[in-house]
Every structure is written in structure tokens, then in C-alpha cells.
Ligand binder design. Structure first.
Ligand code: PLP
Length: 826
């Protein structure tokens, strides 16, 4: 692992000691209360204190950021640019306090002012600038890049509205706008002087210059300005700080001047609003792109502003363009920013007048691409017509890339003419589509999947042709999570117990958790471990009582399924089993002996009918079960609204059983699975994504895998999967489905959930819910039996935590740095 804390490196940084005494922090807070927030220091309220504390930390972060930037410049290090349409950082306060080593000082300062740190931290409203796994991964990686002291930058969009706030009303998901900026921004700096013009639409003009070169330029384009907003990401106690630069759309100055001349004041202002709409809202679809023009605009907006920023920084070096790949790597998080490839080509060819060959040589050595999904509906394509209208020059460049690429492929595979249509960057049929994944593969030197299993699927099926063409580009980087947020911060008492036994090195070297293994046979450690876990469950039970008015038993098995709602993630399979348990309790009291609390959470894309319908079904089942006096404490079902990072941090430390039950072959990796196991939850899961590697690390005896393997899913499908057979053969399953279809859980609307059952029985059960039902039920029984033996369960829990070292994002980012980016820590 790259070393990050060596003393001589630290000593080069100007003043700014890592910690300041509590008194100094308190004075800073009071100063911000008065001078930055304009409030009376005698009686600030809790929100004011939160903001003033955040501003005091920002002061410290910016000092360290400037010092870190100077370091990067003075070493002329190769830089990593991580481009992502989504970042999901979660609340910053605690993470920044931990990274800066100021937790105790903050607690003391606040106590002195009459406030508790926990209460003040609860005032923070997180920026929800991502949908789920992909955005959260980007934030874990920035945390690790900072901890590993990499010369890196995150680039994204400063959406005015992040992922919607989810309410559950009468069992249904209702979306509310997420106005995360309402309370102001305490963590960021708006850089009104860092603005770049972004140009859309218009026409391409071809002309010949004095040297006889054919030139291309864009005429009559619409210009929107991108303004930088910087947020700081500190490394763990290493005085190193990176920035996440998010672009906000602003109208251009030319435009502001012009509207005085036209006289149409209101019309001009309307146009201004239209321009600034570009960064207004995050598209709330996870793994199913919405083919809207505004979304393509957002993608280009991020890319154009970022590439201009990269080029601006590179130009300062005054070295030749062919050195660009030696000094920079641009990482594409999914295909969303893939239009960066033709944008860099455009700058090099049209503006810098490099030859096509020179420019292409630079491009394919600069870009790297991570694929996050193999769901066919998630592979991003754009109608060629839309591309032509919005980005006419970029489409020409894509065509030229494609022409040259297909020419090479034809030569490489003279006997396989069909390959050309399969790999073309443009799908040609009745309508023509630009295939963004093909563009990303052809334009990058590295293509990686996010778990060993997923990376194999990419090579064997989804991108098999490309693997034949560019075998050296394909590699795997199994995802990871930051232990600072996902153990130290969210589970402080467990973190403390661990540190007490093995020291604090695990925080930056997670493999150290292995040192816990000798303690799994210690009775005292067992007891302490289970006490901490039970205390976490008590806290979550309190939260559930406050929010949902449901009393749950902290001693019951907390069985948790939280993540985005998607049919492939199979929340439906879970609820079918809940209903089966309910039926057992009703029909043969005494047959279910382990009390369970089922906790669900997650958002469905607003336009995804079936996902929203399943949320409604879960809430209806919850209502029926929770109000049935025959059930008592044996079974409770809770849906916690608005799953987000803040809520994940509450739920994960209190979980006994972690549901990771996607249809095999469909979840690329998952990162929720890692967070639960790291905190000592036991996984019940399928042979999918990173579950397989978690099994290899924690041991098959320490989790519950079940269900079809991905090749079995494919075989069953190709042989003609008939879900009805499972229905007919399995009376318990039949009873469950008949109850749903017959209106048992929706007596006032008996047909309400009929279509859920129809999707399984009559529409092919695309996600193989019925095929996996029986093995899931058996494995759930195994889990319940295991839970009855609390000592054995404690052992499994400790072994999960102690063997999760591999899943640190420090390991993952270190692999990216060494194998793909070719950078090391400064
Ligand atoms: N959403 C949030 C708020 C998360 O914290 C995470 C990961 O923990 C995810 C979504 C992704 O979850 P999964 O990998 O289980 O789909």
C-alpha cells in the first residue's frame, strides 16, 4: 500500500497544524456566528452553530488544500481526473472532523457553548448529488485518493436539486424536491472567476485556412457558462486535501448585455432561466438512462468545462501536446462523461491544429473507462438526430473515429463481416443510435469492470467482440468502500472496540482487521462485540418508533434490505418470503421461533411503475402484518422513507442479516453488501457481483449464499424458463402469490397487486424470482437457526468484520493508481 503519512512529507507543508485546541475552535465558531452568519453570539441556535462549525472547518481545509496544490504543482505530478455525473458524499461534518483529528476538540468546544456534537451533526442536510451505488463509489474513491495523497480531482455537476426526497404516503412513494441549497452552502467555495463557456447547437462550418488546411468551426452556437464550485475532501489525518469541482450553469455575459438591446426584458430573463436549467436537477434514474435532451446537455456541460480546465492547467506547463497522457489521466465513471473523448479530439484537431493521428494517439492514452452495469437497458445510447442537433461537430468526430476503427476491425477479422455491425459506434437500423459504451471502449486504454465476476461477464458476453479486438484493455477493479465513513464514523463504538484491541492502523490499512481473529474465541470480546451491536439496534429501534410509530424488539433478528428499488435487486423475492413466514405463524403457531424485524428502504425512479408498485406492496404487507394480533413480536415489517447516506449510516451498524439477493449476473458489484459485512452483519445473498468475493474472503460458512448461478440463469432462460411450473409445484409459494393477486393485502382494492403476480406468472418472470424462491426460503431458515445460537452468530459476525480488509476503497484506488493511472502519492 502506498505510504501516506511519512513525516518528511508532512514537514514540507506550511504551518496549519493538524489540530488546534478546543478553545481556538470555539473562538473560530463564535467569529463565524457573528461575522459570516450575522447572528448574536450570545444565543446562536443549533443550525447556526452547525454552520459556524462547518465554516471553521472549511478554513482549515482550504489551508491544507492550498498547501496540497502547491505540492502537486511543485512536483509536476501526473494528475488523475475523475469524471462522474454523480457524487454522493453524504454529510461532511463528522467525516471532516475525523479526518482533521478534531472530533474531541469540537465536542469540547460545543459543550462549552451548551451544545452536543451529536445534535449539531444532526443539523446537516446531505447533498444528494447521486442516485446510489455509482455516485457513492465516486465519493469513497475521492476519500481514498486523498488518503493515498494522489494528485487527483473529482469533477461533477452542482445540481441545484439532488435526488428527490422520498415520502411514503398511504403506502406510496411520493417525491418532493430536494432543495439541498436552501440553508446555504457551508462547505464549498463558489469560484465566480473560474468560468468556462460551453457551446451547444449551431452549425459546423468547413473552410480552408491560409495554409491550405481543412478547418471546422461551430457557428451560431448557444453559449452557457460553467462556474466552478469547490468542495474539499481531506485525507485521513495526513494534511492532504483534494477538491471536488462541481460545475453550475450560469448565463453568459454576452447574453446579459444583449438583452438590454432587444428590449424584451422578460423574454431574455426566461432564456437565462433556460440556460441555468442545465444544472438544475439530477436525473433520478439508476441504471436506466433517460434519453432526454437535457441529460445529454448535462453530460456535455460537465465534459466541456472539465476538459477546458484540464487543458488550461496543462498549458501552464508549456510542454508539447504529446506529453498530455504522460501528465494526465482522465477517468470516465460509466459512459455518462464519454463525450469527453470527441471533445478532446475537437480541441486538439480543430483548435490546436494537431493531425488526426497525433490527436488520436493522445486521446487513447489519456482516457480510462469503468463499466458499472450489464443490464441491456442501462447501456447508454443516444439518437443520432439528437446528437447532430445538440453537438454537430462531435457527431462528425464520432463518425470519423468509427470509420477508422471499422477499417482496422475489417482488416483484423476479414472472415467475420458481421462483427462490424456489432462493434460499430453507431447502431444502424430503422433508427440510428450512438452507442456510448462502444465510444468509451474504443477511445480508452483501459476498460474495467467492478468485481471479478462482472469483469468476466464483460469479456465473455457483453463486450466479447471488443475483448477480441483489444484484449489488453480489459481488467478488473473490484469496488471498495472507505472504512473512515463506513466503520469509524457510522459505528464509533464498534470502531473504538476494534482500536482498543488492535490499534488504529486499520483506519488506513484495513487488512489489519485480520488481527481481530485471535479474539473471536475470547468470551469478553464476544460479549463486548454483541453489546455494541445490541446498543446500535436499540438506537435504530428508537428511530423506527419516532419515525414510523412502530415498536420493534431490539433482540429480534434485524433483516435489512436497503438499496434502490429495481426488479433485478429483487425486493419482491424478499417480501414473498415475509408473507410465507406470516402464513406459517398464522397456520401453525410455534413453527416460527426466531422473532424478526424486516427493514426496507430505498427509492424507486419516479417513472418506474413496477418498482413503485413493489414499494406499495411492501407497505401494504407491513400494515397487515404489524396490525395482526396473532403475530405479536414474531414479525414486524418497517419501511424507512428516504434512504440516503445519512440513513444508511444509522441502519448498517444495527443490521444482523444483509439482503443482497439480485438475480445472478445482474448486479455488477454492489457496495452496500461490503458496508454491512464490514460492520459485522451476515450476508444472505446470491452468487452475484462482489458477493462472490465476499464469500471467498469471509468463508462460505460465514454467510448464506443461495440460488441459481449466472450460467444457470442463462441456461434456464435459453431452455425456456417456465415460472408457472414453480408455482404449481410449490404450495407455499402458490398460497403467497394467490394472496397477493386475490387482494389479501389490499382489501379495499382487491385487484391492486394482481399485476405484480402477472409479471411473475404470465410475463416470463424476467428476474427469476420464482426459480430462486425455494432455495431462498431454505437459506433463510438456516439464517434463523444460526441466529438462535448467539455465540456462534457473534463469531460469524466478528469473522466477517475481520476478513473484510480487501474491500477497502484504499485497496481499490491503489490498484487503479498502479495498474491504470500510473500515479503515486505525493
Ligand atoms: N444508496 C446509498 C445511500 C448507499 O449508501 C449505497 C451503498 O451503501 C447504495 C445506495 C448502494 O447500495 P447497493 O450496493 O446495495 O445497491
Amino acid at each position: 500500500m502506498t505510504s501516506q503519512n511519512s513525516g518528511n512529507r508532512k514537514s514540507r507543508l506550511p504551518e496549519a497544524p493538524a489540530t488546534r485546541p478546543a478553545e481556538s475552535l470555539k473562538q473560530d465558531i463564535l467569529r463565524h456566528v457573528l461575522y459570516s452568519l450575522g447572528r448574536d453570539t450570545e444565543r446562536p441556535d443549533r443550525q447556526t452553530v452547525f454552520r459556524a462549525l462547518a465554516l471553521s472547518l472549511r478554513d482549515r481545509l482550504v489551508e491544507k488544500w492550498i498547501a496540497s496544490q502547491r505540492d502537486i504543482y511543485s512536483r509536476s505530478s501526473k494528475r488523475v481526473y475523475y469524471l462522474s455525473l454523480e457524487f454522493l458524499p453524504g454529510p461532511f461534518l463528522r467525516e471532516n472532523l475525523i479526518a482533521l483529528g478534531l472530533e474531541n476538540e469540537a465536542r469540547e468546544a460545543l459543550t462549552d457553548m451548551g451544545f452536543g456534537l451529536d445534535d449539531v451533526a444532526d443539523e446537516e442536510y446531505e447533498p444528494g448529488l447521486g442516485n446510489g451505488g455509482l455516485g457513492r463509489l465516486a465519493s469513497c474513491y475521492l476519500d481514498s485518493m486523498a488518503t493515498l495523497r494522489l494528485p487527483a480531482y473529482g469533477y461533477g455537476i452542482h445540481y441545484a436539486y439532488g435526488i428527490f426526497y422520498q415520502l411514503i404516503k398511504e403506502g406510496r412513494q411520493v417525491e418532493r424536491a430536494d432543495n439541498w441549497l436552501r440553508g446555504g452552502t457551508h462547505w464549498e467555495f463558489e469560484r465566480s472567476h473560474y468560468v468556462h463557456p460551453v457551446r451547444f447547437y449551431g452549425q459546423v462550418r468547413e473552410w480552408v485556412d491560409e495554409q491550405g488546411r481543412l478547418r471546422h468551426s461551430l457557428e451560431n452556437a448557444t453559449t452557457v457558462m460553467a462556474m466552478a464550485c469547490d468542495m474539499f475532501i481531506p485525507g485521513h489525518k495526513n494534511d492532504y486535501v483534494l477538491n471536488m469541482r462541481l460545475w453550475a450553469a450560469k448565463t453568459s455575459r454576452e447574453f446579459e448585455f444583449s438583452f438590454f438591446n432587444t428590449g424584451d426584458y422578460i423574454g431574455a430573463v426566461e432564456e437565462k432561466i433556460r440556460d441555468e436549467n442545465i444544472s438544475m436537477v439530477l436525473y433520478p434514474n439508476d441504471e436506466a438512462p433517460e434519453g432526454k435532451e437535457l441529460r445529454l446537455k448535462q453530460q456535455f456541460f460537465l465534459v466541456s468545462a472539465t476538459i477546458q480546465d484540464i487543458v488550461r492547467r496543462f498549458r501552464k506547463k508549456g510542454i508539447a501536446w504529446d506529453q498530455l497522457p504522460r501528465k494526465n489521466v482522465i477517468h470516465l465513471n460509466e459512459t455518462h462523461p464519454a463525450v469527453a473523448i470527441p471533445e478532446l479530439m475537437r480541441i486538439l484537431v480543430d483548435e490546436e491544429l494537431l493531425t488526426w493521428e497525433e490527436a488520436w494517439y493522445i486521446c487513447v492514452r489519456t482516457f480510462a473507462y469503468t463499466n458499472h452495469t450489464v443490464l441491456p437497458e442501462a447501456l447508454e445510447v443516444w439518437p443520432e438526430d439528437l446528437f447532430r442537433r445538440l453537438l454537430p461537430r462531435h457527431l462528425q468526430i464520432i463518425h470519423e473515429i468509427n470509420r477508422r476503427f471499422l477499417h482496422d476491425v475489417r482488416r483484423q477479422f476479414p472472415n467475420d463481416p458481421n462483427i462490424l455491425g456489432r462493434v460499430s459506434l453507431v447502431h444502424e437500423g430503422e433508427s440510428r443510435w450512438v452507442r456510448m459504451s462502444h465510444l468509451a471502449i474504443v477511445g480508452s486504454f483501459s476498460v474495467n469492470g467492478v468485481s471479478a465476476h462482472h469483469s468476466e461477464i464483460l469479456k465473455e458476453s457483453v463486450f466479447h467482440d471488443f475483448y477480441k479486438i483489444f484484449p489488453e484493455r480489459f481488467n478488473n477493479k473490484t469496488n471498495g468502500i472507505t472504512p473512515r465513513r463506513w466503520l469509524r464514523q457510522c459505528n464509533p463504538t464498534l470502531a473504538w472496540l476494534i482500536t482498543e484491541h488492535i490499534g488504529p492502523e486499520w483506519l488506513t490499512d484495513l487488512a489489519q482487521l485480520k488481527k481481530l481473529e485471535p479474539y473471536v474465541n475470547s468470551e469478553g470480546f464476544h460479549r463486548a462485540w454483541m453489546e455494541v451491536r445490541l446498543r446500535n439496534k436499540h438506537k435504530l429501534a428508537e428511530y423506527i418508533r419516532d419515525k414510523n410509530g412502530i415498536t420493534v424488539m431490539p433482540e429480534s433478528l434485524f433483516d435489512v434490505h436497503v438499496k434502490r428499488f429495481h426488479e433485478y435487486k429483487r425486493q419482491l423475492l424478499n417480501v414473498l418470503h415475509v408473507i410465507a413466514l406470516y402464513n406459517r405463524i398464522r397456520s401453525s403457531p410455534g413453527s416460527v421461533t426466531v422473532p424478526r424485524t424486516y427493514i426496507f428502504g430505498g427509492k424507486a425512479a419516479p417513472g418506474y411503475y413496477m418498482a413503485k408498485h413493489i414499494i406499495r406492496l411492501i407497505n401494504s404487507v407491513a400494515y397487515t402484518i404489524n396490525t395482526d394480533p396473532r403475530v405479536g413480536d414474531l414479525l414486524k415489517v418497517v419501511f424507512l422513507q428516504n434512504y440516503c447516506v445519512t440513513l444508511a449510516e444509522r441502519i448498517i451498524p444495527a443490521t444482523d442479516l444483509s439482503e443482497q439477493i439480485s438475480t445472478a449476473g445482474m448486479e455488477a458489484s454492489g457496495t452496500g453488501n461490503m458496508k454491512f459485512a464490514l460492520n459485522g452483519a451476515i450476508t444472505i445473498g446470491t452468487h452475484d457481483g462482489a458477493n462472490i468475493e465476499i464469500m471467498e474472503h469471509v468463508g462460505n460458512e460465514n454467510l448464506f449464499l443461495f440460488g441459481l448461478l449466472s450460467h444457470e440463469v442463462n441456461e434456464m432462460r435459453s431452455q425456456g424458463y417456465n415460472p408457472r411450473l414453480f408455482y404449481e409445484r410449490d404450495s407455499e409459494l402458490r398460497e403467497v402469490l394467490d394472496m397477493i393477486a386475490g387482494g389479501f393485502f389490499s382489501p379495499s382494492e382487491p385487484h391492486l397487486f394482481r399485476d405484480v403476480v402477472e409479471s411473475l406468472l404470465n410475463h416470463g418472470d424476467r428476474y427469476m424470482v420464482l426459480a430462486d424462491f425455494r432455495s431462498y426460503v431454505y437459506r433463510q431458515q438456516d439464517a434463523a437457526n444460526a441466529f438462535m445460537d448467539q455465540a456462534a452468530w457473534a463469531r460469524m459476525s466478528m469473522l466477517n468484520t475481520s476478513r473484510m480488509g480487501f474491500f477497502s476503497s484504499d485497496r481499490a484506488v491503489d490498484e487503479y493508481a498502479k495498474d491504470i493511472w500510473g500515479v503515486s502519492g505525493v
